[in-house]
Design a protein around this ligand. Structure first.
Ligand code: PHE
Length: 450
């Protein structure tokens, strides 16, 4: 089996691919809209704390297990389980993880489809096809079905071509471009009137809100979603890392890139909301809550581009195109989870597995689109707010309690021979054993009670 598995061809390739998985709609759509709807600065503060203190250690748990096993999540967890019960827990976690990854993909392709439609709308505007541009930005079943299907087809196509040719090549080329265009847009939006109000909301935390259980659980979900945790994605990507690499450093780089892009996107989206408000676009209801949290950014950003005169449509095109690419480097990492499992354990070819699973997940997306009002939000909150942190909790149990500490050390030593004497090994093992599972549980219990 080992001979047929792919591997990232370089360190940069892995960082680009893992950061490609991490950076996506979660950073540029999920985090800023959640921050805007949940206290701005308070959300940012809690998100930052949780991302470094809980999500990074949980990411390390997945990467170490993955590279040790060089296998998909189910086989990897079975492999490190010491007894029959923990083997069952491993199988259950791997399988639930791939179901959750598939469900995440089912709503993700819908949102990514909107991004694609907005990119094409900018093209339509550029060539003077106004009616088409309107159809592309309006929320209709036909548009949603078409673009969901198109985006899923793209995802399947890349996953079919395997690790280094498909996933790595794409991520490496386009990620830096995304960063640049974000920086540019932030620079622009900050010059506009109204932006300062948004900046204040984003940067000045209301310390009372920081303690709200509801805010904390959302920020936890947001951090786990944005780092692609719990569902086996990072485990599978970890399984493609070569033994020469220093895992804590790689994980740290991915975390830093991911968090920075989310925070940066906040500097775009929150000010843009207030610029839009300044220009007469309604963003709050009478009771002060945000109008349609999930889709508001599709009102606010186009309104921002409209203020730019002739440069608006080309910039909108660039921005939504890059967002589509960011979404694509994430969606391929979700599809890779069930595909790696089926290919490695069922003796099915990669091509067949990718297309079959892609079609099945697309059918779930169609169901969501047909019952959008109640299914869309429900699937998002069940998968990202609850399932991901809980699965992350189990990964911490595996690393902290079930897997032999000496084997973990052996695995980490491969790419960093002096690891025992470093800070990471002094803190992390105790940390994933007590702190991470303890705090995740605490957050859950308090959110259920409060
Ligand atoms: N991290 C991705 C994003 O921010 C989403 C994701 C979740 C990817 C789970 C893979 C697995 O958009």
């Amino acid at each position: 089996m080992a001979g047929t598995r792919g591997e990232f061809s370089s360190r940069l390739g892995f960082i680009a691919a893992a950061a490609g998985s991490a950076v996506g709609l979660g950073n540029i759509w999920g985090f800023p809209t959640q921050a805007a709807g949940n206290g701005g600065g308070a959300f940012l503060l809690v998100y930052l704390i949780l991302a470094f203190a809980l999500a990074y250690p949980a990411l390390m748990a997945e990467l170490v297990i993955g590279r040790h096993a060089h296998a998909n999540a189910v086989q990897a967890l079975q492999g490190i389980a010491p007894g029959a019960n923990s083997r069952r827990l491993g199988t259950g976690t791997g399988v639930v993880g791939f179901i959750v990854a598939s469900l995440i993909l089912s709503f993700y392709v819908i949102v990514a489809g909107w991004m694609m439609a907005h990119a094409l709308a900018a093209v339509a505007q550029l060539v003077g096809a106004g009616a088409l541009a309107n159809w592309l930005v309006e929320f209709s079943l036909s548009r949603n079905l078409l673009f969901t299907g198109l985006f899923m087809a793209l995802t399947v196509r890349i996953v079919q071509s395997g690790v280094s040719e498909g996933i790595e090549r794409w991520s490496r080329r386009l990620m830096p471009l995304l960063l640049l265009s974000l920086v540019f847009l932030v620079g622009y939006v900050l010059t506009l009137e109204g932006a300062l109000d948004g900046l204040k909301v984003y940067l000045l935390p209301d310390f009372q809100a920081v303690l709200s259980p509801n805010l904390i659980i959302r920020a936890l979900g947001s951090a786990f979603f944005s780092l692609s945790l719990g569902v086996g994605t990072m485990l599978v990507y970890g399984s493609y890392i070569s033994d020469r690499e220093n895992l804590p450093r790689l994980g740290g780089a991915v975390t830093l890139v991911d968090i920075s892009i989310a925070v940066l996107a906040g500097f775009l989206v929150l000010p843009a909301m207030y610029v839009a408000r300044h220009n007469g676009v309604e963003i709050f209801t009478a009771t002060g809550t945000l109008l349609s949290e999930d889709t508001l950014i599709f009102t606010v950003l186009p309104a921002l581009f409209d203020t730019m005169g002739v440069t608006g449509p080309p910039l909108a095109l660039l921005f939504f195109f890059l967002l589509t690419i960011a979404a694509l480097t994430s969606s391929i990492s979700m599809l890779e989870v069930p595909v790696a499992y089926v290919v490695e354990s069922r003796d099915v070819g990669r091509q067949r597995a990718a297309i079959t699973i892609g079609i099945l997940i697309a059918l779930v997306s169609v169901a969501i689109l047909l019952h959008f009002e109640w299914l869309f939000g429900l699937v998002i909150s069940l998968t990202t707010r609850y399932a991901q942190p809980l699965l992350g909790f189990v990964y911490c149990l595996f690393c902290g309690w079930l897997w032999h500490r000496h084997s973990i050390l052996q695995e980490l030593r491969k790419g960093s021979p002096g690891i025992e004497s470093g800070l990471f090994w002094k803190v992390w093992p105790t940390y994933v054993r007590y702190v991470c599972p303890g705090v995740i549980l605490l957050i859950f219990v308090s959110s259920l009670l409060g």
